[in-house]
Write a protein that binds this ligand. Structure first.
Ligand SMILES: [Fe+2]
Length: 444
């Protein structure tokens, strides 16, 4: 850059006219008299004054150097700050999407798109590993093969990505693995299409959920710590989200296990009606679909169908297994199963949506049912639905002491009972979904 040079003349002893001054005047092309007059007017500097001037000059020089250094530092800090700001804003946006309802793949897609805006990589790859799942109906959708999401120009397909991970063996914990020319320029490097890459694991605790990679620098430069730390922050958030989903899945599985155990307890208690709970659950779901219920309601209805008669656990076997007509006293005893069931389940918070169905599935549309003689829309919809499914299965299935009713007779009973025993809208849903319901009852 520009350079300023200062020149000063310092007189340290009185000047007298002489040969040397005459030579100086000649060299500078100044008149001899003029330089003699100038020399006579000079006051010599003391050594202290000179020392002070030299010190001031040096100080000035040092300060200028300091300012230049600070300016460079400010420039690099503001670049870092901008990067940090982008990083924080990206992480903030990701954190806002950490809902359990958001699938890992949905969040992952958002993450790689955003990374594409702030990280100078040509392409990104995000792989989710398959999740080990049991075949539980209540579970979320299972993923049984690995999924590779890519963004930008990612030169790797699923198989090549697997091979890259197997070759590089990135660490599961700690720093991300940065692959620059020192690695990829090696003659034995098996992925010529990968010139630079950062690879980081998606982990939460001991669980490995997948891998996130940035592949090839857009300007063909080396990836540095800023890029690596951004990628590993994003991977950390994705790992936490996957961990949460896994925890939720385990809870659902536990709940499903509890429900299965309870359902088999009912079946063991009342072998005559074997499979009844399962059929009622499936028929109820079909009716609820016909009535336009949402996914959450369908899930609750399914559980409610399985558990609606759980209170039969508390009913005497002699009454429960008695073929033929029950005495008034026995009937009153059997009616108690709705309240017993309610008591059994009421402390399981995860099953709170099921409780109204357990308690009210024997209420009647006209208010003539039990236990609370509720009528019309006072009866929860799920209970009105399960009531129709329960009645259908009871009428259609064979019992040791009687055969199942013919379909025409069941239809006639429903037509007559719509608006009396049953909600007419649910009965209408029964008729529109009748073929499916008959197939469920036949065990198809
Ligand atoms: Fe019941």
């Amino acid at each position: 850059g520009d350079c300023i040079v200062a020149v000063g003349a310092f007189i340290t002893r009185p000047l007298a006219p002489g040969e040397r001054l005459a030579r100086a005047a000649e060299r500078l092309s100044i008149d001899r008299r003029q330089i003699d007059a100038w020399a006579a007017g000079q006051t010599p500097w003391s050594a202290e004054q000179l020392w002070r001037v030299a010190e001031l000059a040096l100080e000035q020089f040092r300060a200028a150097g300091q300012i230049a250094r600070l300016e460079t530092e400010v420039r690099s800090l503001s670049v870092n700050l901008a990067t940090t700001y982008e990083e924080i804003s990206l992480l903030h946006r990701l954190a806002n999407n950490l809902k359990i309802s958001q699938s890992d793949e949905q969040l992952g897609r958002i993450a790689v798109e955003w990374l594409g805006e702030v990280l100078p990589a040509a392409g990104f790859a995000l792989q989710f590993l398959p999740v080990v799942r049991s075949d539980v109906k209540l579970d979320h959708q299972a993923r049984n093969t690995a999924v590779l999401l890519t963004h930008g120009q990612c030169p790797l397909d699923q198989q090549q990505f697997d091979a890259l991970i197997a070759h590089v063996k990135p660490a599961l914990h700690g720093r991300p693995t940065v692959l620059n020319r020192s690695v990829t320029g090696h003659p034995g490097w098996p992925f010529p299409q990968v010139r630079q890459a950062i690879v980081v694991a998606l982990v939460e605790g001991e669980n490995l959920f997948g891998w996130l990679a940035a592949v090839n620098h857009r300007q063909d430069r080396e990836f540095g710590t800023i890029e690596a730390s951004l990628l590993s922050s994003v991977a950390a958030i994705l790992g936490i989200h996957s961990g949460n989903i896994e925890l939720y899945r385990q809870q659902s599985e536990l709940l499903a296990g509890i429900v299965r155990a309870l359902t088999s307890a009912i079946d063991a208690k009342d072998p005559y009606t074997c499979g009844h709970s399962d059929r009622v659950a499936r028929i109820s779901v079909r009716l609820a679909e016909e009535l336009g219920c949402d996914a959450k309601m369908l899930n609750a209805i399914y559980l409610a169908g399985l558990l609606h008669d759980i209170g039969k656990i508390g009913i005497d076997d002699s009454v429960l297994r008695k073929p033929g007509r029950l005495s008034d006293e026995e009937y009153a005893h059997i009616k108690r199963h709705v309240e017993i069931g309610h008591r059994i389940l009421r402390d399981l918070h995860k099953l709170e949506d099921v409780l109204p169905v357990v308690l009210h599935h024997h209420e009647s549309w006209d208010g003539d049912g039990y236990p609370n003689k509720l009528s019309f829309h006072e009866i929860p919809l799920a209970a009105r639905i399960v009531a129709v499914a329960d009645s259908y299965d009871a009428m259609s299935s064979d019992r040791p002491y009687r055969a199942g009713m013919p379909e025409e007779k069941i239809d006639a009973i429903f037509r007559a009972g719509a608006g009396k025993q049953w909600d007419p809208e649910v009965v209408a849903a029964f008729f529109s979904a009748r073929d499916d319901i008959r197939a469920i009852a036949r065990g198809q």
